[in-house]
Design a protein. Sequence first.
Length: 66
Amino acid sequence: MKNKETKNKNIKITQIKSTIGRKKVQKKNLISLGLKKIGASKLVIINKSNEGLIKKISHLVKIGKG
């Protein structure tokens, strides 16, 4: 096995738009990231699965440095 440095990089995501009228998949993606209300923020570890979730709901969230 190769020696890899695993640095836990975090980003802060904040929900800025409502889920009313959105597809069920988008609502589930928000909930899986821990966001329920407008203005809710969460620190999330960057990995491939979370990057995909954020990419799908990028129009509903604001991404900042963690």
